[in-house]
Design a protein around this ligand. Sequence first.
Ligand SMILES: Nc1nc2c(c(=O)[nH]1)N[C@H]1C(S)=C(S)[C@@H](COP(=O)(O)OP(=O)(O)OC[C@H]3O[C@@H](n4cnc5c(=O)[nH]c(N)nc54)[C@H](O)[C@@H]3O)O[C@H]1N2
Ligand SMILES: Nc1nc2c(c(=O)[nH]1)N[C@H]1C(S)=C(S)[C@@H](COP(=O)(O)OP(=O)(O)OC[C@H]3O[C@@H](n4cnc5c(=O)[nH]c(N)nc54)[C@H](O)[C@@H]3O)O[C@H]1N2
Ligand SMILES: [Mo]
Length: 647
Amino acid sequence: MSESKTVFTTCTRDCPDACGIKAFVTGDRLVGLTGAGEHEITRSFLCRKALNYIQRVYSPDRVLKPKVKIEGNWQEVSWDGVLNLIAEKIHKTIEIYGSTSILHYQGAGSLGALKMLNKRFFNLLGGATEADGSLCGGAGIAGQTLDFGFRTAHDPRDLLNSQLIILWGRNPSDTNMHLIPILKEARANKAKVVLIDPITTDTSRFCDLQIKPNPGMDGYLALAMAKVILDAGKADMGFVENCCENFDAYHNVVDGVNLESLSSMSGVSISDIEMLADLYAGRKPVAIVCGWGLQRYQWGAETFRLIDALAAVTGNIGIPGGGVSHGRDEYYYFDKSVKGREFAKNTRKIPRPLLGRSIKELNDPPIKMAFVNGANPLNQSPDTHSVKEAFEMIDFVVVFEQFMTDTAEAADVVLPVTTFLEETDIVGSYWHNHIGLVNPTIRPLGLAKTDLEIYQGLAELLGIGGGMAGSADYWIKQIIKPLKRMGITLEALMQKPMRVPDAPMVPFADRVFKTPSGKFNFITNFSIPIIDSVDYPLVLLSTHSRRWLHSQVLPVEHDLPPRAKVNPATAVAYGISDGGKANIVSPMGDIAVVIDHDGGVRENVVQIEQGRWGKFGQSINHLMPSTMSHEGKNACYYQTTVRLEKT
Ligand SMILES: Nc1nc2c(c(=O)[nH]1)N[C@H]1C(S)=C(S)[C@@H](COP(=O)(O)OP(=O)(O)OC[C@H]3O[C@@H](n4cnc5c(=O)[nH]c(N)nc54)[C@H](O)[C@@H]3O)O[C@H]1N2
Ligand SMILES: Nc1nc2c(c(=O)[nH]1)N[C@H]1C(S)=C(S)[C@@H](COP(=O)(O)OP(=O)(O)OC[C@H]3O[C@@H](n4cnc5c(=O)[nH]c(N)nc54)[C@H](O)[C@@H]3O)O[C@H]1N2
Ligand SMILES: [Mo]
């Protein structure tokens, strides 16, 4: 009989929860995963996408051997052969065009800290062109950085001190499941939970009340609530006067708008605005927990700033149970110098949301080679058509992948990489304060290697091997050096995941901020246009799926057409029955879907899950224009306007 064992590891996938996992292994085969009881946040249970992950590891569609495209056909090759081929191409490309003619595009495939070393390779080469900005939370981060000088969050368990919790444009039931038990506990402590989302989501079940604003217009809702509170004399003027700057200019903005127009722009009735304002001012401390959905607009930073201002007006900052929490930098406590910036003579940055357009425009030097790891830009970028065209213009594209994604299909070489269940690494979280080790649960399948092993192999061939050398454990020890004084070492982490002892439960408790003045900085002007288009009157919210992460959908999950949810009144106006077929049409393109009538969806909204693949005709991102947020270089997916056409 094969031997059975249990291996402790940590999930590296791009999700706030960064769960502790117990993997059950029989022989060398994974047979089950469960949440680790010793992880205070995971609390013994896992989400759907983690439970499904074993199917991904053993999928017959996994890429398990290096492949080279020869005259349009994929041929399997040896590691030695493929690494020599790539090294030679790198050598020649740098000789003729310089190292910045190489694009390195790293995405969110794994949040493991060792993935920082992928960047080290390109710095050792002399510096490449990199994608800057974000497809994710860049706008919210930029907004909070302007207000607080530093974007961070309350510890998740500080919510147990709140009287009221507002979930603002966040859907934890699907995207951050381990927040749900904390919400339940908080409600058992008599806290109220309010959800602000244009769609009834599964999260609604855990809330006392939901408000459905117009998509993108939450800034006006926050402003309206602040106006009611200020006009009623319920503001915390002690906090405002002692700890804030630019209040007068902000107050002028508040005085310059009337409640009727704020109500019409936000799509929330005056009575609901007043009810929310009374709740907010009356139940201190109040925690606002913002999501990513809220800020996928050009003015995402301004929306966050208007929400921060609401919290500041009521003094809900720097106190237990208060704050405006979005997330934190998962690499904050790690030593980022392993990226080896000092080795790069030249680097060049292009904005991630404008990837296709930027590659096409680059000259001096143009992009000649591209390396993609942990990302699927031909599927996840806005305006994927232009990204595809841009990649076709690049002489040699190398993709490190587990699957033949839309991006892998467009490559010249695909290199098979391990999943996190086959790797050693270390990971922090962008929500909680725990750090966990990633331990291999099984041997790598097929010929798969880790990103680090592949870059180390290439470095050897290019004469820069010394700069990349070292085992995974060696590099982990370098990365966690700053944590040693707090007792967090590799040895200690082998016992269990650890909370960073220095991480505050309540940030800014001294009410000193990281802004130049040390004060909270009120927003004083902004531009938030009404999303309005005669030909495309609906807003397309392409939200995150409970079942999968981004584009990590298995090929077999594409057998049925995608479904979109629309309010019955809207669907009927387009003549589309429940379960009827339609095209969603944007100024950029269209996609065939089945329409589900859903009374929970606001009337001017179409909701669809993002992530399905273009090669099966199901990708949504060719409908998205490539716009970028005013602050934070963020992609603005949720601002896309569409119409429906019955088919
Ligand atoms: N299962 C699963 N988990 C994930 C992910 C995944 O793909 N799958 N992705 C991970 C990543 S990278 C991220 S960034 C997070 C995202 O986590 P979330 O922010 O929770 O996810 P989203 O689906 O982008 O948006 C959340 C909600 O915002 C609402 N929303 C959209 N526009 C607006 C608006 O203008 N105002 C308001 N008030 N609400 C709005 C949407 O209707 C949606 O229900 O999830 C992480 N967790
Ligand atoms: N329409 C729409 N589009 C969106 C969003 C949205 O809300 N709506 N959300 C956006 C958000 S929040 C984000 S964060 C981005 C994410 O965009 P991406 O970062 O491109 O995310 P994924 O689609 O998960 O692609 C990651 C790829 O890495 C591979 N991978 C996993 N682990 C590893 C590894 O260790 N090494 C290597 N080499 N590969 C690995 C996976 O197989 C997968 O194909 O998408 C954005 N796209
Ligand atoms: Mo994200």
